[in-house]
Design a protein around this ligand. Structure first.
Ligand code: SF4
Ligand SMILES: [Zn+2]
Length: 316
């Protein structure tokens, strides 16, 4: 059910937007909702000033300083969609800003964060960097200066001990983007890895990312330090890929495109995703689909098989 805080996105409670601005990376971005909204509020003194040119993202990123600490101010636990009007792993986001946001998520542990990116290769690089732990500790200490109540909250190394309240998601619209992005997502250290198939623009076979029981493919002749289960960092790309091949998706969100210029989404594509998720026991959340030529997110209007809105960890 839509409400103001979550912007009508039923799989979250609220959005947290410390960054504004982006650039398009694939066809899923074509009717970027954030860009359309930003274009309306890009005049002088408005929130999206400087990130829009001729109605489109110009590739610049603006930091909303006043929003940086928002989650630390929220008393009640929430599901938080991080950066719904930007992408944390866009190349123009300063590294110290990603560190600051990551440190805030680590300190703000009572919430659950949904980090959704179309740039999971950058996310994987970020989360495999041996310098990351020192940087987020430093960022956390700077946040703590003004918030002594956070002193006692320990910060674990995101490269080795991912926390259960930060969920990593990538968004894919068809088989090609799924095959490009999901392996990078699965290579990330994370407690929960999910995929958002919205707008779904073609059929997607997810079975290889959901089937459990794949074995390690490291050459047994390799020294232990070079096998994928070695805790030594930094892991090589090959080690990350081998780890990724043994992991599976923990969550799938699916939905058709909405808006005036929406592109077609066959109901059969959504049905297939729901069926695959059930087959492999992966929780699925059907966000919106077309009923009688109209897009709806009202689950009561969905066909019976599509009335499924699960979250990570839910069982069939
Ligand atoms: S990555 Fe997301 S925010 Fe950025 S242009 Fe694409 S759809 Fe819009
Ligand atoms: Zn291996």
């Amino acid at each position: 059910v839509a409400n103001q805080r979550n912007g009508g996105i039923a799989w979250t409670d609220c959005t947290w937007n410390p960054l504004r601005g982006c650039s398009k990376v694939s066809s899923g971005c074509q009717h970027c909702y954030a860009e359309m909204m930003a274009a309306r509020f890009s005049g002088p003194g408005m929130p999206f000033e400087g990130v829009i040119e001729n109605g489109h993202w110009n590739g610049k990123i603006r930091v909303a300083e006043e929003k940086l600490d928002d989650p630390l101010r929220w008393k009640k636990p929430r599901r938080v969609f991080v950066n719904s009007v930007s992408d944390l792993f866009h190349s123009a986001v300063p590294l110290d800003m990603i560190d600051r946001i990551w440190a805030t998520m680590l300190l703000g542990h009572k919430h659950q964060y949904q980090v959704l990116t179309k740039r999971p290769a950058e996310m994987c690089r970020y989360l495999s960097d041996t310098g990351l732990y020192a940087r987020v500790l430093d960022a956390a200490n700077r946040i703590r200066v003004d918030r002594p109540n956070l002193m006692g909250i320990s910060i674990s190394d995101p490269t080795k001990f991912p926390v259960k309240w930060i969920h990593l998601l990538t968004s894919c619209e068809n088989q090609a983007t799924a095959d490009e992005r999901i392996p990078d997502l699965l290579a990330c250290p994370a407690a929960v890895r999910g995929v958002s198939l919205e707008p779904l623009l073609g059929p997607i076979d997810l079975s290889r990312y959901m089937k459990r029981g794949a074995a390690c493919e490291c050459d047994p002749k390799l020294p232990p330090s070079e096998r994928c289960n070695s805790p030594n960092t930094p892991p090589s790309r090959r080690m990350l890929r081998c780890r990724a091949a043994m992991r599976t998706l923990d969550w799938v969100i699916v939905g058709c495109e909405s808006g005036r210029n929406r592109r077609a989404c066959e109901i059969g594509w959504i049905h297939s995703i729901v069926r695959q998720c059930r087959e492999y026991g992966v929780p699925v959340f059907v966000k919106q689909l077309e009923v009688n030529c109209k897009v709806t997110s009202d689950i009561n209007a969905f066909p019976e098989w599509a009335r499924v809105r699960m979250f990570p960890g839910d069982q069939y």
